[in-house]
Design a binder for this molecule. Structure first.
Ligand code: FAQ
Length: 305
């Protein structure tokens, strides 16, 4: 049996039954649980627009997208369970504020344009990060990313298509698209986490091949991909310092408001309290569904004995 270090050095996957350092297991539980919680809490901002979608077609697409996010949460909770923590325990940690979810889902969705901006920018940022994670050293996490990335790229295109429709619409629709870009641009850049110099986990996670590209490099990749898309839409990225840099072949950007980022991460964003309160209320209301599912499973186990 190869050792953990040999598996990592050979660029093979670590599987649930392999021996692994406790700190590696804990880092994965922290990151994958945070990722799973993001998918589930991430259903809330878009979910509120299902009843208000402008057409039946848009409603059907949005319902499918929000359902996909639930599915992603479930694959990811299953991946964490392979590390020896139950789903109920993860829920308790989230509800008690002992585990995080992505900062981005603490912002409000004020208009239909925000549904376009979430698909285009938030799913776009998520894919940029997740394509890297599809190559991460932990097998169940890497494999979950493959299907998730395929679905996220559909989400990204549907968001871009909403923005394209608004950008080519009436003056009022164009203004709505611009306003959504104005409000979602900076929070999307924050999704990649703190600057590399401030990132507490990056060095160790990179050594373990959980992370393969740094927070700042992924953020830059996202900016380089997205600015030309904004130009194609005829919209203006809300960054007066944004410039193409001939020397580096990348866009230079203005400073991120890290005070805002840390306030949101620490629970003081625009909607942190509402998001968790809603999650806890739904969890409690639906206790009977879990009890019924467990009773059903127990009955069938009994029937098989
Ligand atoms: N929000 O040392 P680092 C999606 C925390 S899925 C909140 O750099 P790391 C799909 C971090 O936990 C979006 N907290 O941390 C969708 C740490 O705190 P801790 C979610 C953040 O882990 C679309 C501290 O800051 N994706 O959108 C954030 O090495 C549309 C120091 O940071 C994932 O979760 C943040 N943005 O790198 C759904 C991807 N950034 O734990 C619905 C998986 C950092 O020590 C609708 N995660 N922190 O207390 C990752 O790749 C990594 O965890 C990073 C952060 C890159 C996010």
């Amino acid at each position: 049996m190869p050792s953990f270090d040999e598996i990592i050095a050979a660029d093979h996957k670590v599987e649930p039954r392999d021996e692994m350092p406790e700190a590696y297991r804990h880092t994965l539980i922290r990151q994958i649980a945070q990722h799973a919680h993001s998918e589930i809490i991430g259903m809330q901002p878009e979910g509120t627009w299902i009843t208000r979608a402008p057409t039946l077609k848009r409603k059907a697409i949005l319902m499918a997208k929000v359902q996909d996010e639930a599915g992603h949460g479930l694959y990811l909770y299953s991946a964490v369970e392979t590390l020896g923590v139950s789903r109920n325990e993860l829920m308790e940690r989230l509800h008690a504020g002992r585990q995080k979810y992505s900062s981005i889902f603490n912002y409000p969705t004020l208009t239909w344009g925000d549904i376009g901006a979430i698909g285009w920018l938030v799913d776009g940022a998520a894919i940029t990060n997740q394509l890297m994670l599809a190559r991460c050293s932990y097998g169940p996490y890497a494999r979950a990313m493959v299907k998730i990335c395929k679905e996220e790229s559909f989400h990204q295109r549907q968001g871009f298509e909403i923005m394209l429709t608004l950008a080519n619409g009436t003056a009022e629709q164009r203004a709505m698209a611009q306003d959504s870009l104005d409000r979602w641009w900076w929070p999307s850049l924050m999704m990649f986490g703190p600057h590399d110099a401030e990132s507490t986990h990056s060095e160790q996670s990179t050594a373990w091949k959980i992370k393969r590209v740094s927070n700042d490099r992924l953020r830059q990749e996202f900016v380089d991909m997205t600015v030309p898309q904004a130009e194609f839409l005829g919209l203006t990225v809300p960054d007066p310092e944004l410039r193409w840099n001939e020397q580096t072949n990348h866009y230079d950007t203005g400073p991120i408001d890290w005070d805002e980022f840390w306030a949101v991460v620490k629970g003081n964003g625009p909607l942190n309290r509402e998001r968790i309160a809603h999650k806890v209320a739904v969890w409690e209301e639906n206790a009977w569904v879990r009890a019924a599912a467990e009773a059903h499973a127990a009955k069938h186990m009994g029937a098989r004995d």
